[in-house]
Design a protein around this ligand. Structure first.
Ligand SMILES: Nc1ncnc2c1ncn2[C@@H]1O[C@H](COP(=O)(O)OP(=O)(O)OP(=O)(O)O)[C@@H](O)[C@H]1O
Length: 579
């Protein structure tokens, strides 16, 4: 047994699902292989009995039998081909879908362990490797051992003395194949990692194409891509070079065997102890055995690659998620509430980003979060939908510790508009409906109006049906932000988190959005992160964060009196006179 196969135990599910069809396909494959195996034996009878005795009727009869056997083999091949294509395509499709679902279910922290480019390679290239391997398994790979073993048996029955040559050849080839496998595995694993590198360079360029253009850094990006590409070519060449040594070695051993058979056969024909037909059939079996041994070697090469891919997929499938879902989740309370009790938080491997944070807020309130950049505002709100768990203390949402709530149920109650608006390829309507797939046109329109997006959308030639490029490239920054807010509002959440998401919107429009939200926000708990004090001045409570600690909380006027950090921020935005 090969070491480390426990990492691919997720494949059992597919073996169970497609095992039956696989076995049926193997039955037809066996039929096809048996038909191939009988041909040389039949041919030897034609030569040794029919031609030697000039018995034309026997030759024709055997010719008919050979044709029948060929036809039967062809039927086996057609059915097997059909089945193998269906099974491998479905297996590949299922595996890709499951892996995609798994990636989606990973927590931020676990997903961050894998580079995005590497996840893309795993979803595409690695799944294809496994799909091709499973297809090959049902096409030629299992046929090869049958032909090899069957060839040895038939050849031994035909000429037991000649079979001694096989007793030497087969073990030699087996040793070469096992050695090749051991050398090849780490090399192919390296090839897959190099594919990650190329995908990573491509992704970085395509994702930041505007920046690359504006800084005119094509040369830099090209050099980076060339480096990764070179590494991939190098890794592939090394793997191929190593594997290329083994194929000819196998051929050489087999050809030496054929020479030995011919030499011994000629000698025995001269002595009258062997017929020409038998030597011909024996050579035929030898060729069949050698071809199947080469195929087996190829199978192992593909197996080595498929194994490397299977393990890479296994790493994602078996990743221990740091955020465990509770076995028996508690139901969230009706009323929207958020409570932080002595929360301390750190990113993996880093120092504390939030320290001893305590506050509480309820439905109908607007909470403002303000503080210098890097103060920990985003980190704080990320704990509410449980993107991360705190190191100490508890975060309660709607009366339940988020660690005891069902993540999907928790996130259904919350809508987050992140700092960087992410839109998807599709129409504006599709993007807005993403917030709630059952939302009506009226509800979507209402959300867009509140977010001050309706007017600019209707001014577009195709209105709500306007198609957006990837990430909404055909919109301005402020338009994208307003669509992201509208999408969150279409969801009609109980808790709305706006993470500095109006930075690209002009002050007048921002005020309109704030007023609109105020009007509909009776049951809504709204948490607003802002750089500009005007964005949170009207909030029911403002939390001032500084270096991960809450250094002030209260209304605007009170904070101006009591909180030095708040006063500094205010002064930096309005000048000393404003204080
Ligand atoms: N994914 C991450 N992994 C590790 N450290 C992080 C991560 N995200 C943020 N940090 C660090 O945590 C600290 C707080 O970051 P956070 O994004 O919460 O600040 P912020 O107040 O929202 O800043 P800004 O106003 O600039 O968005 C920073 O020092 C930052 O470097």
């Amino acid at each position: 047994m090969i070491k480390g196969m426990s990492g691919v135990s997720y494949l059992k599910k597919y073996i169970r699902r497609y095992g039956k069809l696989f076995v049926i396909s193997i039955c037809f494959l066996t039929l096809e292989a048996l038909c191939d195996l009988f041909q040389p034996a039949l041919m030897s009878r034609v030569v040794d009995v029919g031609i030697r005795n000039r018995n034309m009727a026997f030759v024709l009869r055997m010719g008919g039998v050979m044709l029948g056997v060929t036809a039967l083999g062809a039927v086996g091949a057609v059915v097997r081909n059909n089945l193998s294509s269906r099974v491998s395509q479905r297996f590949g499709g299922d595996l890709r879908a499951d892996l995609y679902a798994r990636i989606q279910s990973l927590s931020y922290e676990t997903a961050a362990r894998f580079d995005t480019a590497s996840l893309v390679t795993r979803l595409t290239n690695d799944v294809t490797q496994l799909q091709n391997f499973s297809n090959g398994l049902m096409r030629i790979f299992i046929k090869a051992p049958i032909l090899c073993v069957g060839g040895v048996v038939m050849a031994s029955l035909l000429d037991p003395q000649g079979a001694l040559v096989l007793a030497l050849v087969v073990p030699c080839v087996a040793v070469i194949v096992v050695f090749g496998m051991r050398r090849g595995y780490p090399l192919f694993a390296r090839v897959q990692r190099a594919v990650d590198g190329v995908n990573g360079a491509m992704r970085a360029y395509l994702g930041g194409v505007r920046v690359v253009k504006s800084f005119h850094r094509f040369d830099y990006e090209q050099a980076r891509f060339a480096r990764e590409n070179e590494a991939l070519c190098g890794a592939q060449a090394r793997a191929m070079r190593t594997m290329a040594m083994f194929g000819p070695s196998v051929m050489m051993v087999v050809n030496m065997g054929i020479v030995a058979v011919l030499w011994l056969g000629g000698w025995r024909i001269d002595a009258g102890s062997l017929e020409v037909g038998k030597v011909m059939a024996f050579i035929n079996y030898m060729t069949q055995i050698s071809t199947s041994l080469m195929t087996i070697f190829m199978v192992f090469t593909m197996f080595v690659r498929a194994r490397a891919s299977a393990e890479r997929i296994g790493e994602v499938m078996n990743a221990q998620d740091v955020l465990r879902e509770p076995a028996r989740p508690r139901e969230l309370g009706e009323e929207a509430r958020v409570r932080f009790s002595h929360v301390t938080f750190a990113y993996p491997g880093g120092g504390p980003v939030l320290q001893d944070i305590s506050f509480a807020c309820t439905a109908g309130q607007t909470v403002g979060l303000i503080g210098s950049t890097g103060a920990g505002k985003t980190s704080l709100v990320d704990l509410i939908p449980r993107f991360y768990d705190p190191a100490e203390g508890t975060v309660e949402v709607c009366g339940v510790d988020v660690r005891q709530a069902d993540a999907a149920a928790l996130r259904r109650r919350i809508a987050v508009v992140p700092q960087k608006s992410t839109l998807f390829t599709g129409t504006i309507l599709e993007n807005l409906r993403w917030g709630d797939e059952h939302a009506t046109r009226e509800e979507i329109g209402a959300g867009a109006k509140l977010a001050q997006a309706h007017d600019f959308i209707t001014a577009l030639p195709e209105g709500y049906e306007t198609r957006l490029g990837q990430g909404g490239v055909n919109l301005s920054g402020g338009q994208k932000q307003r669509l992201a807010i509208a999408r969150a509002l279409v969801r009609r959440p109980d808790i709305l988190i706006l993470d500095d998401c109006t930075s690209a919107v002009d002050a007048v429009t921002e005020r309109k959005i704030r007023e609109g939200l105020h009007a509909v926000a009776r049951g809504l708990l709204c948490i607003v992160i802002a750089q500009r004090i005007v964005s949170v001045m009207d909030a029911d409570v403002i939390l001032v964060l500084d270096e991960g600690r809450v250094v002030g909380s209260g209304r605007h006027e009170a904070l101006l009196q009591s909180c030095a950090v708040y006063r500094d921020i205010f002064a930096s935005q309005f000048g000393k006179a404003g204080v």
